[in-house]
Design a protein around this ligand. Structure first.
Ligand SMILES: NC(=O)C1=CN([C@@H]2O[C@H](COP(=O)(O)OP(=O)(O)OC[C@H]3O[C@@H](n4cnc5c(N)ncnc54)[C@H](OP(=O)(O)O)[C@@H]3O)[C@@H](O)[C@H]2O)C=CC1
Ligand SMILES: O=C(O)[C@@H]1CCC=N1
Length: 256
């Protein structure tokens, strides 16, 4: 996800490559990042902290605490700390960095890579209005960005953070359905991707509720309502809701 943000921010021309430095312990990954993006790389927390005004933490939640311990001696109130880690609370980060740290949590998603991300953020009391605007500008450059209370970030993670995973699973299933109905897989893939993209655009650009837009597809006694009946009888809605609640709970568990 960290690399998606780098690519998105460069694509959005929000920052130039020389303004970005990545902390990457692996030398082969360092070479890749430098050659691919022309950005700075280092394995040294002190070098990164001296370079950066905004530090984006994008390691897995399971290792966030030891990674923060590597940086605690090098970070101070001059740094804005932004974490995209699922479940890792501001209090947990303040526990390592101290309660004078300026901390903002952001939950983005991978469509940030193509400047179509959905992010939500929440800051601690030390994060100034300017800090919040900085974080909003960073993540608005790669999609939409909304502010929520921190206790809602687990729900954001379960919904839109993980959401692309649900959508890609549905896309896979639709493509297989097209193949089952006799379409060549490449044709089915092309049709499904455009249908999902087009449907999302139709909803976004008309602002009409999904139920209304669905109503325009379901001809009486037609094919669509026949297919939807199968989905409803299989409990699609309840299953999707349960999946999002389970992912939300996993986010809470990662932070506990
Ligand atoms: N994937 C997604 O869709 C989203 C992920 N996130 C969050 O983003 C974070 C990263 O997730 P994801 O990208 O999936 O995980 P990845 O494992 O793909 O990325 C994490 C990266 O951090 C590197 N890393 C490990 N230790 C250090 C260190 N000490 N210093 C610098 N880099 C280090 C890892 O290197 P190595 O591989 O060598 O260990 C790896 O490249 C997580 O906190 C996740 O919750 C948030 C929103 C969406
Ligand atoms: O699956 C995960 O834990 C990460 C956080 C949200 C999306 N991917």
């Amino acid at each position: 996800m960290g690399e998606a943000l780098i690519r998105g921010m460069l694509k959005a021309e929000l920052v130039t490559a020389e303004k970005i430095m990545v902390a990457e312990p692996d030398s082969s990954r360092q070479q890749y990042l430098t050659s691919q993006y022309g950005i700075g790389v280092t394995a040294l927390p002190g070098e990164l902290a001296s370079f950066a005004q905004v530090v984006i933490l994008a390691v897995k939640p399971q290792i966030m605490e030891p990674v923060l311990q590597q940086y605690v001696a090098h970070l101070d109130e001059s740094h804005l700390i932004i974490s995209i880690a699922a479940g890792v609370t501001i209090a947990a980060m303040e526990g390592v960095l101290g309660d004078s740290a300026r901390i903002i949590r952001v939950m983005p998603n991978t469509p940030a890579l193509v400047l179509a991300g959905a992010s939500a953020l929440s800051g601690n009391r030390r994060a100034s209005e300017e800090d919040m605007e900085t974080a909003k500008a960073l993540f608005s450059a790669v999609g939409i960005c909304v502010e929520v209370a921190e206790n809602l970030l687990d729900a954001v993670t379960g919904l839109s953070g993980s959401g692309p995973g649900y959508v890609f699973t549905f896309i896979e299933a639709m493509v297989d359905g097209g193949v089952l109905a006799g379409l060549p897989r490449p044709v089915a893939e092309q049709l499904v991707l455009q249908t999902v993209y087009g449907s999302a655009r139709l909803a976004l650009e008309t602002g009409e509720p999904a139920a209304v837009l669905k109503g325009r597809v379901t001809s009486p006694g037609g094919t669509t309502i026949t297919g939807i009946q199968v989905l409803e009888e299989a409990g699609l809605r309840g299953t999707v809701m349960t999946a999002i609640e389970a992912a939300t709970q996993r986010s809470r568990d990662l932070g506990s």
